[in-house]
Design a protein around this ligand. Structure first.
Ligand code: 13P
Length: 248
């Protein structure tokens, strides 16, 4: 069975004291013990986030550079974020793809860098509205996975996590229906099974992201192939984030 995961992507929100308070509140809540909770603060706050959290709450980064080190002003490497306490990173969030021109080739390098550095990742995929309206979302997502992720060998893929985040649902209040989410997640699992083995496909967590909140999390998480959520706006408040975690 895939691990159940609820992850909060803070994006460029919250200041240091607010982030620390949020983690303290999450830590103080009684949450289901079979759900892995993760927070993705701005990289600047990883050290403080790690010092505030126990093993109950894993700390990750929203982005990193694939290069080991060097003259990359403003960037952070995996070694750096690991040294500050991050143990996992997002790769290929649609905002990185769209606003910072991260191509499938760039994301492939990040996947390779994560593997080389023994750094767990959540690989994000998902289609824009026009692709959904054209009915070609499965091919679109397949292409994202094939060009950036599916070159990995089976043993490298085993610890990977995938997040399906349809772009039209991110920050829009327009959540994918549980049928739409389940359909895509089932397809992604079938792709994993086709590319790797049934065993691997059955063990990889596939998270849903896009306007997921406490009001719809229960229905989404009840889908057999939805193993949790990657939460944006609703992860910025401890009450709503914990209510989502409790939805399992
Ligand atoms: P929202 O939950 O705000 O729609 O954001 C989803 C997301 O992008 C998480 O990575």
């Amino acid at each position: 069975m895939p691990q159940k995961i609820v992850a909060g992507n803070w994006k460029m929100n919250l200041c240091l004291d607010e982030g620390v308070d949020l983690i303290r509140s999450i830590e103080a809540s009684s949450l289901p013990s079979d759900v892995k909770v993760m927070v993705f603060p701005p990289a600047l706050f990883v050290d403080a986030a790690k010092k505030t959290s126990s093993s109950k709450c894993l700390v990750g980064v929203q982005n990193f550079n694939a290069a080991e080190k060097g003259a990359f002003t403003g960037e952070v490497s995996i070694k750096q974020v690991k040294s500050a306490g991050a143990s996992i990173g997002l790769i290929g969030h649609s905002e990185r793809r769209e606003l910072f021109n991260e191509t499938n080739a760039i994301l492939k390098d990040k996947v390779d860098a994560a593997i080389e550095n023994n750094f767990q990742f959540i690989f994000c995929c998902g289609e824009p509205l026009e692709v959904r309206e054209a009915g070609t979302e499965i091919e679109f997502v397949r292409n994202q996975l094939e060009e950036s992720l599916f070159h990995l060998a089976s043993d490298q893929m085993r610890d990977g996590i995938i997040a399906y985040e349809p772009i039209w649902a991110i920050g829009t209040g327009r959540t994918a229906s549980s049928e739409q989410a389940e359909d895509m997640h089932r397809e992604i699992r079938a792709m994993l099974s086709e590319k790797y083995t049934n065993d691997i496909a059955e063990s990889i967590s596939i998270l849903y992201g896009g306007s997921c909140k406490s009001a719809n999390a229960k229905e989404l998480f009840a889908c057999p192939n939805v193993n949790g959520g990657l939460i944006g706006g609703a992860a910025l408040d401890a009450t709503s984030f914990c209510a989502i975690i409790d939805s399992f």
